[in-house]
Design a binder for this molecule. Structure first.
Ligand code: BEZ
Length: 252
């Protein structure tokens, strides 16, 4: 899993609140009342709080200490724990595991480990409900960054895993889940501000830029945004080309 333990939690909460906002729809896939729920990759706890407000008995897990510190401050009474989604065991089993906008951060070869951890912490019949970046998520942005890197003699590799419905269903079924719902859909997403796209890239696409000097990083982001204007700037507003994979599965 990409180590995202150094998030600027305040900036994330201020500028990218659309991430948990969209997650509210994913919660609707959970069936039942007063469920015990693990919020996997809970970040600053925005959705953990929503789950608790719906009457569920929820705990949040994340590997970012900055995000967890904010979660503990803003969600008193909710339990939050530090943990790696690909390597955790808990002393209890849950009715449901919920995850929003997290699973694409896990490298493809670590996905089976994450699914085993999720399976093991669920009761039989328990629900695994999630949304993540799906096949061709942010493809225009990644393609343009690849071009900008190449123009400077650098290699760009997308540091995320964006599966198809078929790929992810196979993984789930191979781990002992039955898929009950699956949908892959485009969701162009407004990025606030005049420099919305550059700021989004700076916040979320870090690994390919690691080790490059600040000036070069800024130039690449600026040139990528300029080149993407015809495709992603509409009516003076930036939209990222998100594609979501929303699924629900039960443990057999
Ligand atoms: C996503 O939620 O799809 C996503 C966010 C940041 C980087 C990559 C993907």
């Amino acid at each position: 899993m990409i180590a995202v333990s150094d998030w600027d939690a305040d900036s994330y909460a201020a500028k990218f609140s659309f991430v948990p906002d969209y997650g509210r729809d994913v919660i609707k896939l959970l069936h039942g009342e007063h469920l015990s729920v693990l919020d996997l990759g809970c970040g600053n706890g925005t959705l953990t709080k929503v789950l608790a407000g719906l009457g569920h008995n929820v705990i949040g897990m994340d590997m970012s200490r900055n995000q967890l510190a904010l979660a503990k401050k803003t969600c008193p009474g909710i339990e939050f724990i530090e943990g790696d989604a690909t390597d955790f065991t808990l002393d209890r089993q849950f009715d449901a595991v919920f995850s929003n906008a997290v699973l694409h951060w896990i490298d493809e070869d670590r996905q089976p480990d994450m699914m085993l951890c999720v399976r093991d912490c669920l009761k039989k019949g328990g629900q695994f409900v999630f949304e993540m970046g799906g096949f061709k998520n942010n493809q225009l942005i990644h393609d343009e960054l690849e071009r900008q890197f190449a123009a400077r003699g650098l290699e760009y590799k997308t540091p995320f895993y964006f599966p198809t419905v078929g790929q992810y269903s196979s993984l789930l079924e191979g781990t002992g889940f039955a898929v009950t719902y699956a949908r892959l859909f485009p969701r162009p997403t407004l990025l606030e501000g005049e420099n919305g796209l550059e700021e989004w890239i700076a916040m979320f696409i870090r690994k390919p830029f690691a080790g490059l000097d600040d000036r070069l990083c800024k130039d690449i982001r600026r040139d990528a945004a300029e080149a993407l204007k015809p495709k992603l700037l509409r009516g003076g507003k930036w939209y990222s080309d998100y594609v979501r994979l929303r699924m629900s599965a039960v443990k057999l």
